[in-house]
Design a protein around this ligand. Structure first.
Ligand SMILES: [Zn+2]
Length: 238
């Protein structure tokens, strides 16, 4: 998503063919990553070892055609649209796993899926297409409506929800202890610490509580051990 953000920023800031290429080719690369994720998310280990090579070849061939053909834009839109529909279709297969569950996580997953699956196509059909078709005819009206800005907001929310949706699903496949949470208005997946890190966290907690207990005993005069006497004396003298 980061490369797409940089590409989009470059395109809208420069309105130059180079910016446009970084924006649109990044969309193709991001769609390949999203497709790979949904195709392999159900397996503990990747089942299609040939898939990354095929996707890189597709993206490379696409980039060559993009730069060599002046009439490529309609093909770009069609190819990208087909990839997005394929991702939605595959994600629906994952969605069905949560469709009948009556848990909080399943409700989150259903909501995330529907936002991801509907915002992107709807933004394309109802914001991008009308603006591109009608803006040359009614420029003042469409400049006031800011449909393109709304298109970008909707097409940012949609892939973000997809990432959260797939992250949670991947955690369930890996049997990781995960849950949906909200922070600064955004949904995210909180993954519990793994065994080693959890043990380290417990050890730190134990150490802190032992230290607090020793300090309490020291202050009450019950026990004045040299181990904590030194730091306390330094503080007093300083
Ligand atoms: Zn744009």
């Amino acid at each position: 998503m980061a490369d797409e953000c940089v590409g989009t920023l470059a395109f809208h800031a420069m309105l130059h063919p180079v910016g446009q290429a970084t924006d649109e080719l990044a969309m193709i690369c991001a769609s390949m990553v999203f497709l790979y994720v949904v195709l392999e998310a159900d397996h503990l280990e990747a089942q299609r070892s040939w898939l990354p090579a095929l996707q890189i070849a597709y993206a490379f061939g696409f980039a060559v055609a993009y730069f060599t053909s002046p009439f490529f834009f309609p093909f770009f839109v069609a190819a990208y649209g087909c990839t997005v529909l394929l991702i939605i279709f595959q994600a629906y297969r994952v969605y069905k796993l949560y469709a009948a569950e009556d848990t909080e996580s399943a409700k989150w997953q259903r909501l995330l899926f529907w936002v991801a699956a509907t915002f992107y196509p709807a933004a394309f059909l109802f914001l991008w297409v009308p603006e591109n078709a009608l803006c040359p005819i009614y420029p003042e009206l469409f400049q006031a409506l800011h449909l393109h800005a709304m298109f970008h907001i909707a097409t940012t929310i949609s892939p973000y929800c997809y990432v959260v949706f797939m992250t949670y699903h991947r955690c369930t496949v890996l049997k990781r202890d995960a849950e949906h949470r909200r922070g600064i208005g955004l949904a995210y997946v909180h993954v519990a610490l793994s065994g080693t890190r959890n043990a380290w966290k417990c050890a730190k907690k134990l150490l802190a509580s032992s230290r607090a207990s020793l300090e309490r005993r020291w202050l009450s005069g019950e026990s004045r051990t040299p181990a904590i006497a030194k730091p306390c004396r330094r503080e007093e003298s300083g």
